[in-house]
Design a protein around this ligand. Sequence first.
Ligand SMILES: [Cu+2]
Length: 183
Amino acid sequence: MHLFKNSLVLLISALSLASIPAQSHVVLQDGAAAANSSYRATFRVGHGCDAESTTGIRVTIPAGFNGAQPMPKSGWTARTVIGTLPVPYESHGKKYTEGVLEISWTANSAENALPHAYYDEFVLRGTTPAKPGPLWFKVVQSCAKGSNDWVEVPASGTSTKGLKMPAALLEVLDVQAAGGHAH
Ligand SMILES: [Cu+2]
């Protein structure tokens, strides 16, 4: 029971830490998740590149985040890039050496682009690694003109202080999830 309480405190503090930069950059709505569990990654995009509209979001799936699937988005085309996984994994007794390395959404037309003054969310899901620790999702935000590369990762730890273009952070916690893996 003690351990469980500590995990909850950790989870809550990780969540509140993650909510600080929510107004800006590209960040995950839920900054913490249990290890080896299904996780819905909601990327919040709060502004464009300077004043330019956002026309594309491309997410690099971090090693160990398996079975990633994009959620389709009206007015946008979702794509996956499949390739050899840095770390193979097993699911339902089957070994996977290939998987989704990248997920992107591209606006179907200029009218579908996300205006700088507006806000939107891009969703994918997958299974978190069994090993707890920080997981960084590198995101490239393409705009009508230019792009924002949210790809900076601290040398150690999880603080993004001092980073101009931090990647989106998910803290994988050493807690047991209520549900099983994704189907
Ligand atoms: Cu920002």
